[in-house]
Design a protein around this ligand. Structure first.
Ligand code: GLA
Length: 430
């Protein structure tokens, strides 16, 4: 839009008015206030000036309006991105809150204080069409119970501990078993996916911090463990997850996020058409109970080689022993890394939508779980039935059963230390 003004018989002044272009309200207000200002889209006829005003006054007035318009615009933009908190029911007598994170591109993530569960992630496809790309439910009740751990924070020990036992500093600890002979994702009752966390919106960010005190002896683990998990949505379309924990007694700790992704849109199809790249030359083979044998096996020449992008469906029903034992992919890959920093672990591409998910982490491993145990018994959002392999998880983590594998990177947190880890899920299209 161009703003024209002139003194009687003087030269026409023309200035591109980006504020009026961005703010139709300001444009209308200028038009209504002054007949001698002519606002129009280029190109167009220049009108004769009908009413006059001293030029300085005019400039001051316009500057004032421009400033107001700018402020209104800034406010409008910032109200688009941010975090909103709302009540979302109660669980075990405790109120649960829902947090809606939005960014300036319209990406929206919903998470709640029950289990730190991510309920939805809405991102655009290559044509700009938004869809929800994680499996889940619309209500709190839908998550009770939640046998597949849809969207949840898992801990105190994500993944499996063999035979529900480990020995630390000469003492043997016994945990509740919930996966055949094993303890899976922290136990049975007060596991991190099932407790109500304290939620707090992050100031000046589109984010939320969840904190939880896991008491000494809870689910059989030693020490009072203070845990903090933050979700931040950036304007680069990243979901940044930061984990932090301290303890007053040595304890194993392994924290992860159990969102099931389907980049074509949740509930619409299986994930076999997704192309996956895993930045890992080795994986940890398992026994029949999905417990690592201790070997770090090269992926080369096996269906576990995802060093170049490969469709999940291409080899998921292979006769290779590890595929058979895992009922498909349900294994930990050893991320290729130099140093401790954020490293790309995985890239997933869904060809029909063009959506891409990149996962970077400071953790040593990633459990790529292809949703083999989803069996159509869970009905999720919009009545969608979650059938076998309708979602995939990329659970960044330490290796499974590390407390019983002294050769694996240690998962023991000691008093005085702070556990810290970070995982970034970045959404884009191609
Ligand atoms: C993890 C495990 C899977 C399965 C799911 C939950 O990803 O590795 O074997 O237990 O959690 O269903």
């Amino acid at each position: 839009m161009v703003l024209y003004s002139r003194k009687p018989n003087g030269p026409i002044r023309n200035r591109t008015c980006s504020y009026t272009a961005m703010c139709p309200l300001l444009a209308r207000s200028l038009r209504e206030k002054w007949g001698f200002l002519h606002l129009q889209h280029e190109p167009g006829p220049r009108s004769t000036l009908s009413v006059m005003m001293p030029r300085r006054l005019l400039l001051a007035y316009v500057s004032g309006l421009v400033l107001t318009g700018g402020l209104l615009l800034a406010q409008a933009t910032s109200s688009k991105s941010g975090v909103q908190q709302q009540p979302f029911g109660t669980q075990g007598g405790r109120p649960v809150n829902l947090y809606t994170l939005t960014n300036s591109h319209g990406v929206e993530i919903k998470a709640m204080s029950y289990g730190g569960i991510i309920l939805s992630i809405r991102v655009p496809d290559r044509k700009g069409q938004f869809a929800d790309i994680v499996l889940g439910h619309e209500t709190l009740e839908g998550y009770i119970p939640n046998p597949p751990y849809l969207g949840a924070i898992v801990g105190r020990y994500a993944n499996r501990i063999a035979n529900g036992t480990f020995t630390l500093d000469g003492k043997t600890y016994t945990l509740p078993k919930n996966d055949g002979p094993n303890t899976l994702h922290g136990g049975v009752d007060k596991t991190f996916n099932k407790v109500v966390w304290d939620g707090e919106p992050l100031k000046g960010k589109s984010g939320v911090a969840f904190t939880y005190l896991s008491k000494d002896g809870e689910e059989g683990f030693p020490g009072n463990l203070k845990v903090k998990v933050t979700y931040t949505l950036t304007d680069e379309n990243e979901l940044v997850i930061e984990y932090e924990a301290t303890t007053d007694k040595a304890t194993p700790i392994n924290l992860s996020q159990h969102s099931y992704f389907n980049l074509a849109g949740e509930g619409t199809s299986d994930i076999l058409n997704h192309e996956v790249m895993l930045n890992a030359d080795r994986f940890t083979p398992v026994d029949k109970n999905l417990i690592p044998t201790g070997e770090l096996r090269p992926v080369k020449g096996t269906p576990f080689d995802f060093t170049s992008p490969t469709k999940i469906g291409a080899r998921i029903d292979d006769t290779y022993d590890q595929i058979v034992l895992g009922h498909g992919y349900d294994h930990n890959w050893v991320i290729n890394r130099k140093g401790d920093g954020l490293t790309l672990a995985a890239r997933v591409y869904e060809p029909t939508s063009g959506r891409v998910l990149e996962v970077s982490t400071t953790q040593p491993g990633v459990q790529f779980y292809a949703g083999n145990f989803l069996d159509g018994t869970v009905t999720g959002k919009q009545g969608h039935i979650y059938k076998r392999r309708y979602g995939l998880c990329l659970e960044t983590q330490h290796f499974p059963d590390s407390p019983n594998h002294p050769d694996f990177p240690s998962t023991i947190l000691k008093p005085g230390e702070t556990f810290k880890s970070k995982t970034v899920f970045k959404f884009s299209t191609k």
